[in-house]
Design a binder for this molecule. Structure first.
Ligand SMILES: *[C@@H]1O[C@H](CO)[C@@H](O)[C@H](O)[C@H]1NC(C)=O
Ligand SMILES: *[C@@H]1O[C@H](CO)[C@@H](O)[C@H](O)[C@H]1NC(C)=O
Ligand SMILES: *[C@@H]1O[C@H](CO)[C@@H](O)[C@H](O)[C@H]1NC(C)=O
Ligand SMILES: *[C@@H]1O[C@H](CO)[C@@H](O)[C@H](O)[C@H]1NC(C)=O
Ligand SMILES: *[C@@H]1O[C@H](CO)[C@@H](O)[C@H](O)[C@H]1NC(C)=O
Length: 948
């Protein structure tokens, strides 16, 4: 062999050796990492999400030794783990056995929105290359480990929405020197929102030279805002809301020229706001509300012409409206109510093409309403009540067809209420009270079909009430008191079935008789028609007003007998005083001479709330119950056979739980449905038909009559049933359809629920017109409402109630489009012997996969169905096989924009849509244990979807 050859061989060998060593190193490295991951996995509850985490022996994949292909694991080219991302996977367990020191090359650790408990590893600081750490929205507790101070490369640290306690240790932050070697030197985004942290905010925080975003909102921090924050020259977002911070805003904050978003509301801050805040030319959001600030608002607050959202409400600000607001065309939202601001509204405000919300009520503002405001075409809320504003309502204002609330109350406005008020078709709240308006109420008021609250009291209005008021079918509160109106009370007011809070016509000059139609207002709580010239007798129908708790008929010319029942049994004499000749049982009145007493009919004293019966979940439930009742009844009947004929009510008692004034409505329902005649049927479910019943007082009931089925079950079953129903009638939640009770006698048995005007979510989504009405914010609210209802059933009811049949058919919508979960809990009646039955397995397309092979119905079945529902709300239709596609592929491969309901314009808050999608996916995991709890979902949604 020649020398050259020898050299060549040597070279080849040495190269090969180098490669071999390198390879060994890679293998060794990934062995350490994969073993650390497997040890962690072994310490966690078994969960499919970690299925791909397995050694070669466990799975036959050739790359199994390397963790690089495992779910959530990313490696660099050398095979070192650089990222662990298990966000939104429903991960359960603790971090206690995660040997973080094995991941020397880890750059990103993202575990947000899971169910991790226990503490943050004390030694987390050892992963010194870490750049990104997000543990937000878990159930971690304990304090912040001091070793975080060693994460000198981290630019984002988010521990929000955990139960982290303790204080922010100054050591977490670099010392003041430029050579500082420890502390979160590189941090840009620091988020500790909604944790349990407290104490003072250390002044050392000002040493974070790279800080861009700091969010400490929703904690218990007290003491001052550290003036040192003024050194964080990169700071763009400062969120300190909802703490107990005191003292002034440090003037140095005003020199942070990159600030775009400052939120300090709901603290105890005081003193004047530094004028420097007005020099921040990048400012888009400034929230100062609910503090104790004094002095003037910063005059140049809109200097950069980027201000979008400005709130300073509920403080003690004085002086003028900031001068730069006049031409602040960027504004969307402004809230300055409850201060002592002075100035002239026609001069200090300009035209805002984007403005949707302005509340400057309860200040000391003068001037007239500027016609220019008519150009704020997007305005949905305008409140200027409680000022000193004069003049007329300019016609231009009446072009604001998106206006939902107009409050001009407690000013000195005059002139007539313009006829064009009828143009404000979106208007829901109209408050013109306590002004000097004169003339008649325009008949066009009847065009306000969305009006819920109308207050025209305390003006100088004259003439009669236009009968068209009766067309405002959504009106819940009507106040026309303290005017100079006359004529009769239009009987059409009796058509305002939605009236609930108040009907006040007092202190006018109304004459004639009280229209008997008022008796139809069975939801009304307060009726005041005192101080008028009303005559004749009090219609007996008024005793049909089941909800009425306050009545005032005093100072009129009424005579004759007082009706009997409901309010008339509890009212006080002064409610009827100073009339012409009332008689009746109340002490101060003469007892009525029976010959003059004219019963006006309808005095049947029925308390009926509008009710509907939703569909029942389980056919079994019905049969079980009916059989139980049958057996129970048979015994009863044989025992009381002689009495049964004359007094059927004897049999009724044990089978009725009826919480409407404790009255049984069995006969009324039978009468109203003509014995469940087919013409009254409005729907059909698995267990029976739903009927609409017009009750004698004019109220509508819908009743689900359970289909009778006979099978075998003992008397204990029916007792259980009654107990269950009793428990269910006690559940009270704004997003749950109220179950009032049930009634049963003989062959008819029915459950009675609250009535939901808009029908089911399923039906609304199916109709193009109604689907469009459900815009993105409304849909987000629906998701939130259902989550809260389920969280309540699962976590606040003892014992917990599992719904078992969540679907869009069982989410009913009330008139203001709030979601109500119906038909819950009925399946629990099968317990504890559920295994004896071929259990009902939810609605096809919503049922959790495990229901196919197990009887173990848990809360997590509801969570799965909820996930389907969320997708359905986003897509506008049932997701169908998209669910299995999503589970098979990686979620990232689905473009959310492509699947959103195309009948709506794309959402403004795309982020919310993304969040909802992720949340839905976390619910749809195969493993029940990996799905989040409804409580954590409800809490997350509460934070994500809030109307700021
Ligand atoms: C992998 O990690 C080891 C140990 O930290 C290190 O020696 C090696 O250089 C890393 N590989 C790369 C490519 O960074
Ligand atoms: C933290 O959570 C764990 C498990 O959830 C619990 O056992 C422990 O008591 C909690 N510690 C504190 C201080 O709340
Ligand atoms: C977190 O803290 C809140 C309030 O202190 C408590 O109600 C909740 O149960 C805690 N959650 C966990 C998971 O420890
Ligand atoms: C930070 O790291 C240094 C050296 O790597 C170590 O001595 C120190 O104990 C660590 N600090 C914490 C709080 O873990
Ligand atoms: C606001 O300040 C006044 C005195 O300046 C004080 O009486 C009041 O308690 C403070 N309010 C709050 C909420 O701190």
């Amino acid at each position: 062999m020649g020398k050259q050859t020898q050299n060549f061989v040597a070279m080849v060998f040495s190269v090969a050796w180098v490669i071999l060593v390198a390879l060994c190193k890679i293998t060794a490295e990934s062995t350490i990492e994969s073993e650390a991951l497997l040890r962690w996995k072994a310490s966690l509850p078994d969960q499919p999400i970690l299925q791909s985490w397995a050694t070669a022996a466990q799975s036959n994949s050739s790359t199994a030794q390397s963790p690089c292909g495992w779910r959530g694991i990313t490696c660099d080219a050398a095979g070192n783990v650089t990222e662990i991302n298990l966000a939104y996977t429903g991960l359960r367990g603790t971090l206690a056995k995660l040997d973080i020191s094995s991941f020397r090359n880890l750059l990103r650790l993202d575990l947000k929105v899971n169910q991790l408990t226990g503490r943050i590893p004390e030694n987390i600081g050892i992963v010194s290359k870490l750049q990104f750490l997000d543990l937000s929205t878990n159930s971690l507790n304990g304090t912040l480990p001091l070793s975080l101070a060693n994460l000198t490369q981290v630019y984002e640290l988010d521990v929000s929405r955990n139960n982290i306690t303790g204080e922010l240790d100054p050591q977490l932050f670099p010392d003041g020197t430029n050579q500082s070697k420890t502390g979160l030197i590189s941090i840009k985004n620091l988020l500790f929102q909604d944790t349990l942290l407290g104490g003072r905010i250390p002044n050392e925080i000002g040493n974070l030279k790279n800080l861009v975003l700091i969010a400490l909102d929703g904690n218990s921090f007290y003491g001052p805002i550290p003036p040192s924050l003024g050194n964080c020259s990169e700071l763009s977002i400062l969120r300190l809301t909802e703490n107990q911070l005191t003292g002034p805003i440090p003037p140095a904050i005003g020199s942070l020229s990159k600030l775009t978003d400052i939120r300090l509301f709901t603290n105890k801050l005081s003193g004047p706001v530094p004028q420097g805040l007005g020099n921040l030319s990048a400012l888009t959001v400034l929230h100062l509300a609910e503090n104790n600030f004094t002095g003037q608002l910063p005059p140049q607050v809109c200097r950069g012409e980027k201000l979008v959202n400005f709130t300073a409400a509920f403080n003690s600000f004085t002086g003028p409206i900031p001068e730069s607001l006049r031409n602040c065309k960027s504004l969307y939202r402004i809230r300055l109510e409850y201060n002592q601001l002075t100035g002239y509204i026609n001069q200090d405000f300009g035209v805002y093409p984007n403005l949707t919300y302005i509340d400057i009520s309860h200040n000391k503002l003068k001037g007239e309403i500027s016609p220019a405001w008519g150009a704020c075409q997007k305005l949905s809320l305008l409140r200027i009540g409680g000022n000193m504003i004069r003049g007329k309502i300019p016609d231009e204002i009446l072009q604001l067809n998106q206006l939902v609330e107009l409050d001009l109350s407690s000013n000195q406005l005059s002139g007539e209420i313009p006829k064009q008020i009828g143009n404000l078709s979106a208007l829901s709240i109209l408050r013109l009270n306590e002004n000097k308006f004169s003339g008649q109420i325009p008949a066009d008021i009847g065009m306000l079909s969305n009006l819920q609250s109308l207050d025209l009291s305390g003006n100088m209005l004259s003439g009669s009430v236009p009968s068209q008021v009766g067309d405002c079918s959504k009106l819940q509160s009507l106040n026309l008191s303290q005017n100079s109106m006359n004529g009769t009370i239009p009987y059409q007011i009796g058509n305002l079935f939605a009236l609930q809070d108040l009907l006040d016509l007092s202190y006018n000059s109304f004459s004639g008789e009280i229209p008997s139609q008022l008796g139809r207002l069975t939801n009304l709580i307060t009726l005041n028609i005192s101080h008028n010239n009303l005559s004749g007798s009090i219609p007996n129908s008024l005793s049909d007003m089941l909800s009425l708790s306050n009545i005032n008929l005093s100072y009129n010319n009424l005579e004759g007998p007082l009706p009997v029942g409901n309010i008339f049994n509890s009212a006080k004499p002064e409610d009827f005083s100073n009339n012409k000749g009332l008689c009746g049982k109340i002490q101060v009145f003469q007892p009525c001479n029976t010959s003059t007493a004219e019963p006006g009919g309808g005095n049947k004293n029925r308390k009926r709330v509008i009710i509907v019966v939703a569909s029942l979940g389980s056919a079994l439930f019905a049969s079980l119950m009916l059989v139980g009742i049958f057996v129970f009844l048979s015994k009863k009947i044989s025992k009381y056979a002689s009495k049964e004929e004359e007094s059927p009510a004897n049999c009724e008692e044990p089978f009725s739980l009826w919480y409407f004034n404790g009255k049984i409505v069995y006969d009324d329902i039978l009468e109203a449905t003509k014995n469940f005649d087919g013409t009254y049927c409005i729907g059909e479910g698995a267990t029976g038909k739903v009927y609409k019943a017009e009750m004698p007082g004019g109220q509508v009931l819908a009743v689900k009559r359970l289909r009778s089925q006979v099978d075998g079950i003992g008397i204990e079953g029916s007792k259980t049933f009654l107990n269950e129903i009793a428990a269910l009638t006690e559940t009270r939640h704004r997003n749950i359809v109220k179950l009032h009770g049930f009634s049963s006698r003989g062959i008819h048995t029915f459950l009675v629920y609250e009535f939901m005007e808009r029908g089911s979510l399923a039906d609304m989504l199916r109709s193009d017109k109604e689907a469009i009405e459900l815009d993105w914010p409304k849909r987000a609210e629906i998701v939130k409402g259902v989550a809260q209802a389920l969280s309540y059933l699962h976590h606040d009811c003892v014992p917990p109630i599992i719904h078992r049949d969540i679907s869009s058919k069982n989410v009913l919508m009330c008139s203001n489009l709030e979601a109500h979960v119906s038909d819950f809990g009925t399946a629990r009646i099968l317990e504890p012997d559920a295994s004896n039955w071929t259990a009902f397995a939810g609605t096809y397309g919503y049922a959790a996969p495990e229901l196919a092979y197990t009887m173990a119905v848990t809360e997590k079945c509801d969570v799965y169905s909820f996930g389907v529902l969320v997708l359905e709300v986003l897509m506008g239709k049932h997701p169908g096989d998209l669910i299995s596609k999503m589970q098979a592929q990686h979620v990232e491969s689905i473009n959310i924009k492509d699947i959103l309901d195309s009948r709506l314009p794309p959402p403004i808050e795309q982020k919310t849509a993304d969040e909802l999608m992720n949340l839905a996916l976390s619910c749809l995991q195969d493993s029940p244990q990996s799905r989040p709890t409804m409580r954590s979902l409800a809490q997350l949604l509460e934070v994500e979807i809030s109307h700021a």
